[in-house]
Design a binder for this molecule. Structure first.
Ligand SMILES: *[C@@H]1O[C@H](CO)[C@@H](O)[C@H](O)[C@H]1NC(C)=O
Ligand SMILES: *[C@@H]1O[C@H](CO)[C@@H](O)[C@H](O)[C@H]1NC(C)=O
Length: 373
């Protein structure tokens, strides 16, 4: 969009610039504005999103903050596999990343361990990555999971069948695990296993925003605004009016990747354990949004989360992005190696690369080349 504007401007200016004194000035102003918009596209996006946020939606399911005593504590028996219950006491992670994975996705898990999941310290802070799976229907796969858990010590397996429609149970189980076994972490990130996550960029963003997040509530990601429940019975996200009568969900963060501060995790996970579950279950990310709303936590938008659509690769762009969706295991290894083992980009190349890849991602979504979630 910006590029085309510049081009039109250039050709016009080239033709008439000399005759009318005002045109070159106007064109220079437009070109400068377009260039600035490209360089600061993330700030513009944050601002536009914040003005459209719907803080007025009423709590849908009760409201107020639940006292911790009203919800039974998470029990170790709820998990078939998990690392030592002392894993967080020992490692004291500042950030714990929980990767939602399916039993069969061994390749995705391995590519994460070999890239960002293998990072144990970022910006001088300790980080840790664990994987959350359900029960495989194939006994052979179940055996492989037990082996993988013994070898790597980073699997958590909840007691539910691992199917797409049970994704919301996986998230609820993950929230319960983190509340019970990792209260030390200041932040918890939930990330899908096809996301290139960048702990360093997240910690940089959190530090830079200078908000007292460490004490307060933070529910951060790509915010989806005014999403209507899917009423198509054939859709995998079907949520009928009898299960959810309201016409829109409260604003929520895209489920591909989001971050909760310690206090937000406590409140949201308590709400998740206490809320009655409808059949069919709400989509995973809308469910977290409903829990957040019930707990009185509002989402915050961060332009460095791709959300559903992917973001075209750019070395400097990928140094700045916190989470990029639609990354295959091979791309994960390749992109991580190229963008993170090289020199940090300069301020200007980072800004330019980010602007270009975000504008390209927006164009792709607008043209329907990418299927967003
Ligand atoms: C946070 O920012 C301050 C300066 O604003 C810097 O001194 C500090 O090292 C940063 N911490 C992290 C974890 O990036
Ligand atoms: C979800 O998991 C539960 C518990 O294992 C199981 O009974 C149920 O059939 C699963 N639902 C779907 C749709 O797979």
């Amino acid at each position: 969009m910006v590029g085309r504007g510049l081009w039109v401007c250039k050709t016009r200016c080239g033709k008439r610039g000399n005759k009318h004194g005002v045109m070159p000035v106007l064109c220079a102003a437009v070109a400068t504005a377009a260039l600035l918009a490209l360089l600061f596209v993330d700030f513009i996006e944050s601002w536009v999103t914040s003005t459209r946020m719907n803080a007025a939606v009423e709590p849908q399911l009760g409201g107020g903050v639940l006292p911790a005593q009203s919800v039974p504590p998470t029990r170790p028996e709820e998990f078939l596999l998990m690392p030592s219950p002392l894993v967080c006491q020992r490692a004291k992670p500042y950030l714990i990343t929980m990767v939602i994975s399916a039993p069969a996705n061994q390749k995705a898990r391995q590519s994460i361990r070999d890239t960002w999941g293998g990072v144990v310290e970022a910006k001088g802070l300790r980080v840790m990555t664990l994987f959350m799976v359900g029960v495989a229907s194939d006994p052979g796969l179940s055996k492989l999971l037990i082996e993988e858990a013994r070898e790597r010590g980073d699997l958590i397996q909840g007691r539910f069948r691992d199917t797409y429609s049970n994704l919301t149970l996986k998230t609820r189980s993950m929230l319960g695990w983190a509340r019970r076994f990792c209260p030390q972490a200041h932040f918890m990130a939930k990330v899908d296993d096809d996301v290139l996550f960048n702990p360093g960029a997240l910690l940089h963003f959190l530090n830079k925003s200078r908000n007292p997040y460490e004490q307060g509530d933070l529910y951060l990601g790509r915010v989806h605004l005014n999403v209507a429940p899917d009423r198509d019975p054939d859709s995998k996200h079907y949520h009928p009016p009898r299960a959810y009568p309201a016409s829109v969900y409260p604003d929520y963060c895209s489920g591909t990747a989001y971050v909760l501060s310690r206090s937000a995790l406590l409140k949201i996970s308590l709400a998740a354990s206490a809320l009655p579950l409808s059949t069919p279950l709400p989509p995973e990310d809308a469910f977290v949004g409903l829990c957040a709303r019930a707990a009185g936590v509002l989402p915050s938008h961060c332009p460095y989360f791709s959300g559903g659509p992917g973001v075209p690769y750019g070395r400097c762009c990928y140094q700045a992005m916190v989470a990029v969706h639609h990354i295959s295991p091979r791309e994960m290894l390749h992109y991580w190696a190229e963008s993170h083992s090289s020199q940090p980009c300069s301020w200007l190349s980072l800004r330019a690369s980010l602007g270009v890849c975000k504008v390209r991602a927006m164009l792709d979504s607008a043209l329907g080349l990418e299927q967003g979630l």
